[in-house]
Design a protein around this ligand. Structure first.
Ligand code: ZN
Length: 237
C-alpha cells in the first residue's frame, strides 16, 4: 500500500511557503528597486555612448582646427607674396587673386564646419552632465529602496523561517524516492500531487481511465496523470 497522505500534507506546507515567497517577490518596493536598477544601468550605458560621441566630436574639432591653421598660414603666405608682387604680368596677378579667393572660401567653409563640430561637442557635453545628474539621483534612489527592501525581507524572515521549518519537518516523513519524484514534477508544476475527485485528475481535470481508477483503488502502485504528469492521490473519503 502506497501512502500518499504525508506527501499531500507536505505539499500544502510547500505551497504555503511558495505563496509567501511569491508575495515577497511582488512587493512594490522590490518592483521599484528593479526599475531603478534598470534605469541606472541604462543611464550608465548612455553615458558611455555619449562620452564616445563627445570624444569623436572633440577629435573632429582638433582635426578641423589643425586644417584651418594650416590653410590660414598658406593664405597669409599668399597675401605676403601678393604684396611683394612687383610683377606687371596681369595673368600672374589674376592667378594669385583667384587662388586667394578659392582659399578664403575654403577657409570660411572649414571655420563653419569647426563651429558645427564645436556645437555638437558642447551639446554632447551638456547631455553627459545632465545624464550624470540623473545617474547620481538614481543611485541614491536605489540605495534608499534597497535599504527599505532589506528591511521588508528582515521583517518577513521569521514567518518564512517558520513555514520553511514546517515544510522541512513534514518532508522527513516522505520516502526519499517519492520526494525526488515530487521535486522532478515540481520543476514544471506548482503542485506535483493532484487529488482524484469524481474520477478526474484534480490538477488538470482530465477524466481518469477506468483501468487506472481500479489500480488507484487497489492502492498498490504509484500513478501519474497521463495528461499532466502529476502524482495521483486517491482517497476513498
Ligand atoms: Zn492531470
Amino acid at each position: 500500500m502506497i501512502q500518499l497522505e504525508p506527501l499531500w500534507i507536505y505539499q500544502q506546507a510547500d505551497l504555503a511557503l511558495d505563496r509567501f515567497e511569491n508575495g515577497l517577490k511582488k512587493s512594490p518596493t522590490r518592483t521599484k528597486l528593479f526599475n531603478v536598477r534598470n534605469a541606472v544601468m541604462e543611464q550608465q550605458n548612455r553615458i558611455k555612448r555619449l562620452e564616445a560621441d563627445l570624444q569623436k566630436a572633440l577629435d573632429e574639432c582638433s582635426r578641423i582646427a589643425a586644417d584651418v591653421r594650416k590653410l590660414s598660414a598658406e593664405v597669409n603666405n599668399l597675401d605676403a607674396k601678393m604684396e611683394q608682387c612687383d610683377t606687371e604680368d596681369i595673368t600672374q596677378v589674376r592667378r594669385l587673386l583667384k587662388n586667394m579667393e578659392d582659399w578664403n572660401r575654403a577657409l570660411a567653409s572649414m571655420r563653419k564646419e569647426l563651429a558645427q563640430a564645436q556645437n555638437l561637442a558642447h551639446g554632447t557635453d551638456a547631455t553627459v552632465k545632465e545624464v550624470r545628474t540623473k545617474l547620481t539621483q538614481g543611485k541614491k534612489d536605489f540605495d534608499a529602496l534597497k535599504e527599505k527592501y532589506d528591511a521588508e525581507l528582515a521583517a518577513a524572515a521569521p514567518e518564512r523561517d517558520r513555514l520553511k521549518a514546517e515544510a522541512e519537518r513534514l518532508a522527513k516523513d516522505i520516502p526519499k524516492e517519492l520526494m525526488e519524484r515530487y521535486k522532478k514534477i515540481k520543476k514544471t508544476r506548482m503542485n506535483p500531487v493532484a487529488k482524484v475527485q469524481n474520477e478526474q485528475c484534480g490538477g488538470c481535470n482530465m477524466a481518469i481511465p477506468s483501468l487506472t481508477m481500479s489500480k488507484l483503488r487497489s492502492g498498490d502502485v504509484l500513478l501519474e496523470c497521463e495528461s499532466c504528469g502529476r502524482i495521483l492521490y486517491f482517497t476513498e473519503n
